[in-house]
Design a protein. Structure first.
Length: 73
């Protein structure tokens, strides 16, 4: 039973990871496509307020996945 639960947690974390990766990809495209008229300030804000925190969450999620996978082994 515990093994099945751990497998479900791992599958759920995979879905969350894919969503975070997709969000980062979309954000990268958005920032790349910004008009220069909008200025570097907006780019910097998007990087600081969205992209960096999402990357941090992705790294934390990957660590959590490794921890749960080790429990499953």
């Amino acid at each position: 039973m515990a093994i099945i639960l751990l497998e479900e947690v791992l599958m759920g974390l995979d879905v969350v990871k894919a969503s975070l990766e997709q969000a980062l990809t979309i954000l990268d495209v958005l920032v790349d496509d910004l008009s220069p008229r909008l200025g570097e300030a907006l780019r910097a804000e998007l990087e600081h307020l969205l992209r960096q925190p999402l990357q941090g969450r992705l790294a934390a999620l990957e660590h959590l996945q490794a921890t749960v996978a080790a429990m499953d082994a």
